[in-house]
Structures are given as structure tokens and as C-alpha cells.
Design a protein around this ligand. Sequence first.
Ligand SMILES: Nc1nc2c(c(=O)[nH]1)N[C@H]1C(S)=C(S)[C@@H](COP(=O)(O)O)O[C@H]1N2
Ligand SMILES: [Mo]
Length: 211
Amino acid sequence: MPILDPLKRVQDLRRANERRAGKSDSPVGRTPPGQSLTAKFPVLTYGPIPRVDRDSWRLKVWGLVDAPQEWDYEGILALPQQTQTVDIHCVTRWSKLDTTWQGAPFTTIAALVAPRPEADHVMIHCYGGYTTNMRLSELLEADVILAHSYEGLPLEPEHGGPMRLLVPKLYLWKSAKWISGLEFMQGNRPGFWERYGYHMHGDPWTEERFG
Ligand SMILES: Nc1nc2c(c(=O)[nH]1)N[C@H]1C(S)=C(S)[C@@H](COP(=O)(O)O)O[C@H]1N2
Ligand SMILES: [Mo]
């Protein structure tokens, strides 16, 4: 057996461990399998870009929650804010390192609407009709935010402005642009791309591209 194979295996294991420990700062260790790095920020949208201005934008939360609520743009800005620098990964095989976003943590919103014990998934709804599904447990991780700013500036309309979801740990199709609603549910249901064969979960590190 060529010596390269075991060496590569050890390297891969070390990278996986570093990643789990959050230690790796080498671009190689931070790039999931099958992805290439880009410095650009490609726009990927199915259909036309819905034009939603700040004043009319709303987030409605309903389903299996004790306190259904609606927020406007100012309401989201009035919540505690979080700024974070994260890597993003698109299923079309580009990754972008060190992108900086600001917004309100999903956990704050979840705490305010009080999910019922049986709620275990959330359908994300968007202006324009796009949807995507996620496990509630993953939305409750600390780096999931409702983002209104990118690199210190208000989010551009083509990237989801005035407000999008950011879930850095999953492929970017889960980071719904022009977010309009959160539907808390019991059990999972496919969203837009998931119905067309994308994976129900979408972990870039295990290449959950298609279901
Ligand atoms: N509402 C909405 N959100 C969406 C999409 C979309 O078509 N509509 N595309 C998804 C896909 S497939 C990707 S890869 C990312 C791309 O985000 P970007 O255009 O800011 O790069 O947005 C996701 N969020
Ligand atoms: Mo995508």
C-alpha cells in the first residue's frame, strides 16, 4: 500500500479533530470536502429578487409556540445584537472564509415565543415563497442569527436584505434570504430545495448535498 494513504488519513483525522476543537486556522482545514474557496460573494436566488423595504418588512412566528409574535425591522434591532465572523459554504461548491455578520440571535427570538415541548423542527418562510426546514436544536446554536448587516453595512437586497437567516454550520441554502416567518412544528417537512432532492439536513462536512 502506498505510504501516502496512511499519511493522508492521519492528516484528515487531525484536521477533523482540530475542526471539532475549533482550533484550525489553516484555510485547508476550514474548507469542507468538495468545496473551493472564493473571495467573491456569488448571488444564488431561485426566481426574482423580492423587493422588501425595511418599513414593510415583518417576521411572523407561529405554530407550536405559547406566545406567537410579530417583529418589524426596528423590533429586531432593539433585541440584543451579535456580531460574528464565520465561514460559509454553498452546495454549488464554493466556500468563503471570515465573513462578518451582525444580527439578533435566534435563541432570543425562541425564548420570547416560548416553543412548546413538542416542537422539534422549524419551517423558515420567506418573501417570494422560498422555504427551508431545520431542526430546532440546531437553530438554537449560538451562531444562528437573523442578520441585517454584512461586513458592517446593511445587507444588500440580492443577499437577502433587509433580513435573512444565517446558519453557518449548514449549506447556505438553509440561510434563508428575505425571511418572513418561522413556523414551529412537530416532525420534519421538506422546504423548497429539499422537495427537489436537496438533503433534509445539509451538513457541509459530511457532504449532505442530496437526500
Ligand atoms: N428566499 C431565498 N433564500 C435563499 C435562496 C433563495 O432562492 N431564496 N437561495 C439559497 C441558496 S441556494 C443559497 S446558496 C444562498 C445564497 O446566498 P447569497 O445569494 O447571499 O450568496 O441563499 C439561500 N437562501
Ligand atoms: Mo445554493
